[in-house]
Ligand binder design. Structure first.
Ligand SMILES: [Zn+2]
Length: 259
């Protein structure tokens, strides 16, 4: 594997080539010149307009070229859809989500991002269904959980994206429209695994009648309220990974430059 510096150099060369091409195509709309009008420092959001690629950001000192959109080639799934790129993208979001979001391509259609979320959610739903069935949970219950997963996760993901876009509009200089918040949230899908796993285990335990056995009568009566409070706390903790991924992603794209 190349070192981080080597990788950057390759990308900067690619960027330089693009700039040259852009100069040749002067007047064309697809020049991709960087920095250009609207280019921001990825670190602090300072406008890089009028600076050259070999200067540093006057505000934070980051090299101007480090904010180039050429450093956002896209996640594997964004570059080409397939089982391999799906697995690579999911593994990246587990092992190095910060580096993954730093590569996230911004701008353009969200079709692939939605498809990633959809495929992940269907996979999760099937895993839950199979898991519940293999532990002897009834067909109706398993089917119910499948439906809860494939509808609940997208609804929660889009609610999060709406919230983040709303928050970003009020944050100074952040450039996170709903489309970008949506893209970030789609790739945070892996963050739902703990919550889904927890729900599945809870359903198996309830089904087998362990829940009341586990409750100590000395703590008081086991009521529906106890159930609701406990589930809310557990669910709140289990979605932290998803929340963390989204916020990490937003921090990495809030000043991103569209190619
Ligand atoms: Zn800066």
């Amino acid at each position: 594997m190349c070192s981080e510096a080597g990788w950057s150099e390759v990308k900067i060369e690619a960027m330089a080539q693009r700039q040259t091409t852009g100069d040749v195509q002067a007047g064309g709309g697809l020049s991709g010149r960087f920095p250009g009008a609207g280019s921001l420092c990825e670190n602090c959001g300072y406008s890089l307009e009028g600076l050259s690629g070999d200067q540093d950001c006057p505000e934070c000192g980051l090299a101007v070229r480090d904010s180039s959109p050429a450093l956002r080639p896209g996640l594997a799934w964004q570059r080409g859809m397939g089982l391999g790129s799906w697995l690579k993208t999911s593994a990246r979001m587990v092992a190095g989500p910060g580096a993954g979001y730093r590569q996230l391509r911004v701008g353009g259609s969200n079709f692939r991002d939605r498809l990633y979320l959809a495929s992940f959610v269907v996979g999760l739903g099937l895993a839950v269904w199979l898991g519940l069935r293999s532990y002897g949970v009834g067909l109706r219950q398993a089917r119910l959980w499948f439906v809860i997963v494939i509808t609940g996760v997208p609804v929660a993901t889009y609610t999060e994206a709406l919230g983040v876009a709303f928050f970003s509009r009020r944050a100074r200089g952040w450039r996170v429209p709903f489309e970008l918040a949506e893209r970030v949230a789609c790739y945070a899908a892996v963050g739902w695994v703990p919550a889904i796993l927890l729900m599945t285990v809870a359903q198996v335990l309830v089904d087998r009648g362990y829940v009341l056995d586990w409750w100590n009568p000395a703590w008081g009566r086991y009521t529906l309220l106890t159930d609701v409070i406990l589930s809310s706390v557990l669910f709140g903790v289990s979605i932290l990974w998803f929340e963390m991924l989204v916020w990490l992603g937003i921090r990495k794209v809030r000043f991103a430059n569209v190619p």
